[in-house]
Structures are given as C-alpha cells and as structure tokens.
Design a protein around this ligand. Structure first.
Ligand SMILES: CCCCCCCCCCCC/C=C/CC(=O)SCCNC(=O)CCNC(=O)[C@H](O)C(C)(C)COP(=O)(O)OP(=O)(O)OC[C@H]1O[C@@H](n2cnc3c(N)ncnc32)[C@H](O)[C@@H]1OP(=O)(O)O
Length: 266
C-alpha cells in the first residue's frame, strides 16, 4: 500500500513500517501499524504481512513475494482468552477505520494472494492494482474457515462490487482470480507482475493531480456513512466478535483450517 506523503517525498520504499511489533502496534502479526500515534499511523504505512521475516524479525514482502497479505493472523484468534480477543479486534477495527478514513491517497499494489483481512485493507484504499497471476486470488473467504465476515467487511464489499455479487461471493467464500476480480470491480487494474508498482505510481499521480481539499472532502462524503456505522457500534462489534470466536465450534473450525494450511505446506 502506497501513501501519498511518501510518494511525494520520493521515498515510496520508505513507507514500509514492518518493524518488530511494539507496544501499541496492531497485534495482528500481519499489519504492523502503530495505532497510538494517530497522525503518523498511515504516513509510516505498512507492508501487509506475508509469511517470512527480515533480519529484525520484521515481515518482508521479498521473503514471500506471492503474498500481499494472508489476512488476519489466525493464531491471534485461536486458543487465547476473551480479553486478548477483545484487544485484538479493537486493533483490527482501528486499523481499518484509519485506513478507510485516511485523507491520504492510498493505492494498493497487490502483488500476491489477498484473502479476507488482506482484501479488506485493499478495499479501504482508493484504488487497487493487481498483478496478473492466476494464483493471486482476492476476496472474503471467511465462510470457508467456518467464520462469518463482520458487517463492516460486508459493507465495504457491497460498496465496491454491489449487493448481489457480494451476497454470492460472501456465502461461497469465493476468492476471485485476477480477471474475475477486474470484471466484478473488486480491483481497478490487472497488469503484468513487473508493472504493478509503476502502474500504482501512475494511479497515484492521477489521484494527486486533483486539488487535495476537494478530493478529501469528497472521499469523506462517500465513506462517512459506512465508517459511522461501525463507529456507532464498536463496542457491540467487539462483544459479538469475542462471543463468536470463543464458541467451541468456531475454535474447532479455525484449528482445523490452520492445521490444513500447515499440512498443505508440508
Ligand atoms: C450470528 C453471529 C454473528 C456474529 C458475527 C461476529 C463476527 C466475527 C467474525 C470473525 C471474523 C474474523 C475475520 C477474519 C478475517 C481473516 O483475515 S481470516 C484469515 C483468512 N486468511 C486465509 O484464509 C489465508 C490462508 N492462507 C493461505 O491461503 C496461504 O497461506 C497463502 C495463499 C496466503 C500463502 O500461501 P503460501 O505462500 O504457500 O504460504 P503457506 O505455506 O500456506 O503459509 C506459510 C505459513 O503461514 C501460515 N499462515 C498462512 N495464513 C495464515 C493466517 N491467516 N494466519 C496465521 N497463519 C497463517 C501457514 O499456516 C504457514 O505456517 P507454518 O509456517 O507452517 O507455521
């Protein structure tokens, strides 16, 4: 994900904030964003988590070039206590709200798989450029894990691809390959893999050419109702998440899914 400020400063690579998780960072293990320093949070933006870490223990895209984001860290949702789940979900909400409501131009350069939480962060951006590789699927696959996408994931989906396509894709947990993602409007461009970043930068230039104040006011006008819906019921959403995720049947489903992932690797 590329932030306008860094782009303007000619340092898009410097937006990677994948440092070792620290106090106050979103405990997703995937998207390491400092949520305690509000104005900075998005300006030292993250590279969404992909399996692999650099020498500092920080996630790096290079270590797993085929993954944009594997979504939320399932190990944060398994075998923990209710207080942990509540804190975790609050951080996920915060990450999404800040990304979704950012006044910066955000362009998602999607160079790998982009399921669930990865998709929701890409959807919070202003524009999505996806590499044309049949393995790079994008979408909300929660039902395949035996869980439900929360209402604000659903809202972001509906806002982007419409009600009928969302209804079908959400129930099926469907992950769209690039051509279908483009067709349904889930991404804005599909380009050869080696052109993802240059295309994202061109898109960024296009968006930045618009007077900032007018673009920002318009963005807020378009997004406010969706964000307000979550803001009005943040605590209830956390309670729903905690009681849902604590169910034995849900824990079991998640463990089975994680185990399958691990076995697939072997
Ligand atoms: C009526 C009541 C209603 C109440 C409603 C309440 C609402 C509450 C709902 C709760 C919602 C919760 C929302 C969750 C959103 C999510 O994001 S869930 C996560 C979804 N993600 C996935 O399904 C992706 C799974 N991963 C993959 O498909 C692949 O890993 C990959 C395509 C991303 C990459 O493939 P590859 O490069 O081959 O890597 P792997 O070898 O598969 O993986 C390496 C390594 O990473 C582990 N891993 C992968 N994904 C995750 C993950 N999401 N979390 C944790 N760990 C993950 C994988 O197991 C391997 O681990 P090991 O190295 O073997 O330890």
């Amino acid at each position: 994900v590329w932030a306008a400020k860094a782009w303007r400063e000619g340092d898009p690579g410097g937006t990677r904030a994948g440092r070792r998780p620290r106090a106050g960072s979103v405990p997703t293990g995937f998207l390491d964003v400092d949520v305690t320093s509000a104005p900075l949070a998005l300006e030292c933006l993250y590279t969404p988590w992909a399996p692999g870490t650099d020498s500092d223990g920080a996630p790096t895209p290079q270590d797993c070039p085929r993954v944009f984001s594997a979504g939320l860290d399932l190990t944060e949702m398994c075998g923990r206590n209710p207080a942990h789940y509540a804190e975790y979900w609050k951080a996920v909400q915060e990450l999404w709200l800040r990304t979704y409501l950012s006044s910066l131009v955000l362009v998602a350069a999607i160079n790998g798989a982009c399921p669930a939480g990865g998709c929701i962060i890409a959807l919070a951006c202003d524009c999505r450029v996806l590499a044309d590789n049949p393995k790079y699927h994008i979408g909300l696959n929660e039902t395949l894990l035996g869980i439900t996408a929360p209402f604000w994931f659903k809202d972001a989906y509906v806002n982007t691809i419409g009600h009928r396509a969302s209804e079908q894709a959400l129930q099926l947990g469907y992950l769209f390959p690039p051509s279908e993602a483009l067709q349904v409007g889930l991404v804005d461009q599909v380009v050869p893999e080696d052109q993802v970043l240059s295309t994202a930068l061109s898109e960024m230039a296009r968006w930045l050419a618009v007077p900032d104040h007018a673009r920002q006011l318009t963005k807020n006008m378009m997004r406010k109702a969706t964000a307000d819906r979550l803001l009005r019921q943040r605590d209830a959403d956390i309670q729903n998440f905690v009681s849902f995720i604590c169910r034995d049947s849900i824990q079991k489903s998640l463990q089975v899914y994680l185990e399958k992932l691990r076995q697939r690797k072997g």
